[in-house]
Design a binder for this molecule. Structure first.
Ligand SMILES: C[S@@+](CC[C@H](N)C(=O)[O-])C[C@H]1O[C@@H](n2cnc3c(N)ncnc32)[C@H](O)[C@@H]1O
Length: 199
């Protein structure tokens, strides 16, 4: 949070170390090391305008920067909402204050809950999994039955260096649950879709 405050919105070069799939991470930008890379935020907003989700679920709000980028896409679409959860109460209060003051407020619902307990009503068109690395498999499996079969699942932090999320995504692919594309971004981004029920 301190890094976020000090940066005051200024962009820094991405911090993540080089990986075989992304040898020049400094070509990407970040606001802080918790918030997704700026290019990934832009990608998610574009994905929102591209697939026009009615319901987006985000796990791991942190300060709500990615939530706002999702909301930017929803505002452009003119419909939909993003439900985002942050289980750390101190971080949640900071995010809530930020998002309450945002002109995009109407598109966002922030919850002080764990992704492993949060109940969301309805069909999820876009799931952005960005909480604790160790629980990503569990949370994707938890929300999978609620996914629109033609919807999209994004799993952040899936680089070959961080390993855990990448391995979880590939394991779920082996289990026949999702189809996976590994985008070679600095921290790694899985773009996936449920295997069952696609049109
Ligand atoms: C990488 S940050 C999220 C960054 C944010 N999505 C962005 O790009 O602006 C991960 C956040 O997930 C939160 N978190 C960890 N485990 C969680 C859980 N089980 N449920 C909800 N939030 C969780 C952490 O407290 C942290 O703030």
């Amino acid at each position: 949070m301190l890094q976020h405050e000090r940066a005051a919105g200024a962009l820094l070069p991405e911090y993540h170390r080089a990986t075989p799939e992304c040898p020049q991470p400094q070509q990407w930008s970040m606001i802080d090391s918790m918030t997704a890379e700026v290019e990934v935020l832009e990608f998610i907003a574009t994905l929102v305008t591209t697939i026009k989700p009615r319901l987006v679920v985000e796990t791991g709000s942190f300060l709500g920067v990615s939530t706002e980028w999702i909301a930017r896409g929803l505002e452009r679409n003119g419909f939909g909402k993003v439900v985002s959860c942050e289980f750390d109460t101190v971080v949640y209060e900071r995010a809530k204050a930020r998002l309450e003051a945002s002109p995009l407020k109407q598109w966002m619902e922030l919850r002080n809950e764990s992704s492993l307990e949060m109940q969301v009503e309805g069909t999820i068109d876009l799931l952005f999994s960005d909480s604790d690395i160790q629980i990503r498999e569990a949370e994707v499996k938890r929300f999978l039955p609620q996914m629109n079969p033609n919807g999209v699942i994004l799993m952040h932090d899936a680089s070959s260096h961080l390993q855990v999320v990448r391995a979880a995504a590939l394991k779920m692919e082996d289990e026949g649950l999702i189809s996976v594309v590994l985008l070679p971004t600095p921290r790694g981004l899985v773009v996936a879709q449920p295997k069952a029920g696609r049109a």
